[in-house]
Design a protein around this ligand. Structure first.
Ligand SMILES: [Ca+2]
Ligand SMILES: [Ca+2]
Ligand SMILES: [Ca+2]
Length: 842
């Protein structure tokens, strides 16, 4: 009896300790339901504030709080300065993590310590020198809360009640621009309309003790400060992607410990994360493997079996299959098990029942993949056609953008990773109009620039789709003469041909007007770059005349003093010219018989650029003492495409001279190009390629050991959807040419991942036709409406150090997880077409 008491007492003590926050192996503070990360993800520059850094809290499985740092604004925007982390120290003895932060622009250093104290953390800011004068009253300790998880929730500040607003409608003041802390490279995110003043939000509330989401135990968090006033702001007053911000201004003239907060995120006693049952929302064809991957909390005990339930025509349900749960094991922070129901082949409507968890329903049917590319080709792509008016039914997606054309970019160390060197490499003077560029081309992504490299891939992707699969689908009216696109209106021309034409029109114009390829055609001013809404309203459509005052329009109504015209960045890059030359050769082939004039112009530019680029690359001084790669012969893919276009022996010789070495060096990365060559080569080539394909098959097998999903999962700052798509495309082509080596079963892995069998949630990453539950929000140009453009493909699962994957489906604004790109989405069309071709009954 006494022994039992002792055991109970010991267990209670262990439980109690387990409920306190402790510093774990992966260097963050943890208790069940609460993870407090301290600069596991530092601010990285590049795009500045990505809402992914600083002190972050993952609260009952959702990363709802981030941005904890010394910041210079009440509600920081993307292009406001971010601090560089100069050191990070983990002090296990004192349960503390300390980081040092520095603002180079202001020679301003601070330190933040985060110490676990029971169920709370204490966050303190330390200064060795007082806040520099220009930042006094501006620098503060900030922490940001995800609006979509906190809006409409109740809060209390010093006992006063409130509810967080669904939409931003608090109050603001304006202040002189001279008082605004410098933004990225000195650019401005705002158009002050000539007032010389910027907008500064006022706090919603102030006090010393706040509890947020008092009505939601999963989100409830309390923050208290004795030595500083807490101010609550709504960052959406300045930018739709802003978060709620809690901050305390650092006191002037003080050193030492200047601000201290106690932060206690509530944890639900006994909380265990709900199982995430990954399966394909598009469904399965009867004879493909069908394996659900179930993601479990490490504290969750796996069940021994799961059931596949069938929904009958009369609405009743019956058990179609009951099978064992097979363990897979741990992968980062969760544990994974699998449920294989491949033996169910009868067409029908099904769902998975795992304990109390029931999935949504899905189809097993031989037609589930039939429409997987239709939303992308019929809706997403035409909406991203630049320099056109795009209409759908009653709705205008956008008017005709950039009617005033593009100016020669002056020297600029720009944003969005663009740059214009000191020499324009053209006959145009800085800010002179380069005629003829406002035609054709596709918007890059959620933004509206024409990335030339991406647009080259787009045309190539469409040409591959056209030549391999000959899609005759015609659902789009395209009139270059009217500059008008109408969705769901057939016009007698296959849409893919019109897309090839549209991309080629812009790229040929670049080659003809500039003499070589521009790196990009993009916004000249930062406050146009984050534009949300109709692309036609980004610029005023009037030519910029510097002799007029800003906002002034000339008497003839044709020009204005507003410097909003787009710029062409023209620094010459022979490699890009080479890529363009390759694409022009292929485009010329594809367009012959449809638009002979454009086909002819493309071929002319192909030959000229090829010759000039070869010469330039030969003469270019070797970099880092190394000879220029390929001596100006171009890369493998280029030579292959040129051979396909011209059938000239030299390109075939170049290709043959490089391919086997490249395969020996890296068979995985070279495989797609090697497979692309198969249709143009003889049987001996195919035989020589076999052992490399066998190596690729072994690589596919190793992926299944690396993670439970068997696809390459990227851990970069942009989620790895692109790599998964490339992998899936290569697997499809490898199966197409070597079905005895690459078995049909593996071609479905990428589809399953894209359509819902992945970590975090089980929604389809593609806003695709046929999916029962596609994602609801994407980072498109309509993201401010918490919406999507059909057919979009999200980058997907973003990894946050050290062990967290996420994909927000209630917050579209994190581009690294939710932004579809024109190059990625046209690659999806190839993948989808190849998959359809494999499963189609022959
Ligand atoms: Ca861009
Ligand atoms: Ca058409
Ligand atoms: Ca203009």
């Amino acid at each position: 009896m006494r022994k039992t008491c002792l055991i109970i007492a010991l267990t209670a003590a262990t439980l109690c300790q387990a409920q306190d926050l402790r510093l774990n192996e992966r260097e963050y503070f943890e208790r069940q339901g609460v993870n407090v990360l301290v600069f596991s993800n530092p601010f990285t520059g590049g795009f500045n504030d990505e809402k992914n850094s600083g002190i972050e809290i993952i609260h009952h499985g959702v990363r709802t709080i981030q941005g904890g740092a010394v910041r210079l604004n009440n509600t920081p925007e993307q292009w406001d300065l971010v601090p560089r982390m100069t050191s990070r120290r983990v002090d296990r003895e004192n349960n503390t993590i300390e980081v040092a932060l520095r603002y180079e622009d202001y020679d301003f250093d601070s330190r933040i310590t985060v110490t676990a104290k029971g169920k709370a953390v204490e966050i303190s800011v330390w200064l060795d020198k007082p806040v520099p004068e220009p930042l006094a009253g501006e620098a503060g300790l900030n922490l940001e809360f995800l609006p979509s998880q906190y809006w409409l929730k109740t809060f209390t500040m010093d006992g006063r009640l409130g509810r967080l607003p669904r939409y931003a409608t608090s109050q603001t003041v304006t202040r002189p621009n001279s008082e605004k802390p410098r933004q990225f490279k000195g650019f401005r995110t705002y158009d002050d309309r000539g007032t010389g003043r910027f907008i500064d939000p006022l706090p919603l509330e102030k006090g010393h003790s706040i509890s947020l989401a008092t009505d939601d135990p999963e989100r409830l968090i309390s923050i208290h400060s004795d030595d500083a006033e807490l101010l609550l702001f709504d960052g959406r007053m300045l930018a739709q992607n802003g978060w709620y911000v809690l901050r305390s201004i650092l006191p002037k003239g003080k050193t030492g410990k200047v601000v201290t907060w106690t932060v206690e995120p509530h944890a639900i006693p006994g909380w265990i994360r709900q199982p995430n049952i990954g399966f394909s929302q598009v469904g399965y064809i009867p004879n493909q493997p069908k394996v659900a991957v179930i993601e479990l909390d490490k504290a969750d005990k796996p069940l021994s079996s799961a059931q596949l339930m069938r929904i009958n025509g009369d609405g009743t349900t019956t058990q179609a299959f009951k099978g064992d749960i097979k363990p897979w094991g741990p992968f980062f922070k969760y544990n994974y098990v699998k449920f294989d129901f491949s033996q169910v082949t009868q067409p029908g409507v099904y769902y998975i029942q795992y304990g109390d968890t029931r999935t949504g329903d899905f189809l097993i049917d031989s037609h589930v993949y039939d429409k997987i590319t239709d939303a992308t080709t019929d809706v997403w792509v035409p909406i991203h056609m630049n320099h056109m008016y795009v209409n759908e039914g009653y709705r205008t997606w956008h008017g005709e953008p950039f009617k005033e054309g593009y100016l020669q970019a002056p020297e600029s160390d720009h944003f969005d990773l663009h740059r214009q060197g000191a020499s324009t490499d053209t006959k145009y003077k800085p800010l002179e109009l380069i005629p003829g560029l406002n035609i054709g081309g596709f918007f890059d992504a959620g933004d509206f620039d024409i990335e030339t490299g991406s647009n080259i891939s787009v045309v190539q992707n469409f040409i591959r789709t056209w030549e391999l699969f000959k899609p005759q689908r015609d659902e789009t009216f395209v009139s270059q003469q009217q500059r008008y696109v109408d969705l769901h209106r057939p016009d007698g021309v296959p849409d893919v041909l019109q897309f090839i034409e549209h991309g080629t029109l812009n790229l040929v114009a670049q080659a003809e007007q500039i003499g070589h390829m521009a790196s990009t055609l993009s916004n000249s001013i930062l406050d146009n770059y984050h534009h949300l809404g109709d692309a036609a309203s980004i610029t005023d459509g009037l030519h910029y005349d510097p002799s007029l005052k800003p906002y002034e329009v000339s008497a003839d109504g044709k020009s204005s003093g507003t410097p909003d015209d787009m710029w062409a960045f023209t620094t010459r890059n022979p490699s890009l010219d080479f890529q363009a030359a390759t694409m022009f050769a292929a485009a010329s082939r594809a367009l012959k018989g449809y638009n002979d004039n454009l086909a002819e112009r493309a071929l002319t530019q192909s030959k000229r650029l090829m010759e000039e680029a070869t010469e330039l690359m030969k003469n270019r001084p070797a970099r880092n003492g190394r000879a220029n790669r390929n001596n100006g012969r171009g890369d493998l893919g280029t030579n292959l495409q040129l051979y396909a276009a011209t059938k000239e022996q030299q390109y075939l010789d170049n290709f043959n001279g490089q391919i086997w070495n490249a395969l020996d060096r890296n068979a995985i990365n070279t495989m797609q190009t090697a497979l692309d060559a198969v249709p143009y080569m003889d049987e001996a080539y195919k035989q020589r390629l076999r052992p490399y394909v066998e190596r690729y098959a072994a690589y596919i097998d190793t992926l299944a050991l690396q993670n439970p999903y068997g696809v390459p999962i990227g851990l970069g700052n942009w989620a790895g959807g692109g790599s998964v798509l490339s992998f899936g495309t290569t697997v499809c082509f490898a199966h197409r040419y070597f079905p005895d080596i690459i078995r049909r079963d593996v071609v479905f892995r990428t589809a399953e991942w894209l359509y819902g069998c992945h970590p975090y949630h089980n929604y389809s990453f593609v806003a695709v036709v046929g999916a029962a539950r596609p994602k609801q929000v994407f980072y498109g140009n309509n993201r401010a409406d918490f919406s999507f453009i059909p057919g979009n493909v999200a980058p997907g699962l973003l990894f946050r150090q050290p062990d967290h994957f996420e994909n927000f489906d209630d917050w579209p604004f994190l581009w690294g997880q939710n932004e579809g790109t024109i190059a990625g989405n046209t690659q999806y069309i190839i993948f989808g077409s190849a998959l359809k071709d494999i499963v189609m009954p022959k």
